[in-house]
Design a binder for this molecule. Structure first.
Ligand SMILES: [Zn+2]
Length: 212
């Protein structure tokens, strides 16, 4: 089991220095309490013992789930992770924002294929912004999935405003992707975002194959 580092931070409100634990490596199976904090988004929040102010202290963190075989690295700076761990068959993902880190983990914890989801998100976002230009939809944030649908937020000011995409649709795209034989030409970590969808060639799986 990984151990935390203890570091000192200063409360931005009252100036009191206090110590916090930093967990740079989290194993979902071994540390269910930390997994829970990731899932509810409270992972990097600290409370000042003097004035009670909640302080967001983000730091480099790797989250792995050995049952679902994925590993998500959070790097607050644009730096690449120091090394790609040797974990065959794992999905390796890199995120530079906390929002993205939590979201990526939620997607993969739901057992969804996140590259398929990224492609669907890209296509649906483009369609929605054409259909409803007045709503200024630029990004869909994955919220959750149940047995039938995947739910996305499209307005950060109104998280309860959601659109749902049937799981059956996601699976159909996943099928197409699998049958296309698409392999991202990236060794190590993938940052799955719009840029990835545009540049990786993943959209080619949607082009009908010519009969030869
Ligand atoms: Zn304080």
């Amino acid at each position: 089991m990984s151990k935390p580092n203890t570091v000192s931070i200063t409360c931005p409100d009252c100036g009191t220095p206090f110590e916090m634990e930093q967990w740079n490596v989290i194993h979902a199976q071994k540390q269910p309490e930390l997994r829970e904090k990731i899932m509810n988004g409270s992972m990097f929040l600290q409370t000042c013992p003097h004035c009670g102010t909640r302080v967001l202290a983000a730091y480099t963190c790797i989250y792995s789930n050995d049952e679902k075989k994925f590993l998500v690295s959070f790097q607050p700076s644009d730096k690449e992770p120091a090394a790609t761990p040797f974990v065959p068959d794992y999905k390796l993902r890199l995120e530079h924002t906390l929002l993205g880190f939590f979201e990526r983990i939620r997607i993969l914890e739901c057992g969804l294929d996140d590259l398929t989801l990224e492609m669907v998100r890209y296509l649906v976002t483009a369609q929605l912004s054409r259909q409803f230009p007045e709503k200024h939809i630029t990004h869909l944030l994955f919220d959750n999935a149940d047995n039938e649908n995947v739910f996305f937020q499209y307005d950060s000011n109104n998280p309860s405003e959601q659109i749902q995409i049937p799981l059956a649709t996601i699976w159909r795209y996943e099928d197409q992707l699998t049958h296309s034989g698409f392999r991202p030409n990236i060794k190590g970590y993938i940052t799955a975002n719009d840029k990835f969808v545009q540049e990786s060639g993943i959209l080619n799986c949607l082009i009908p194959k010519k009969q030869s």
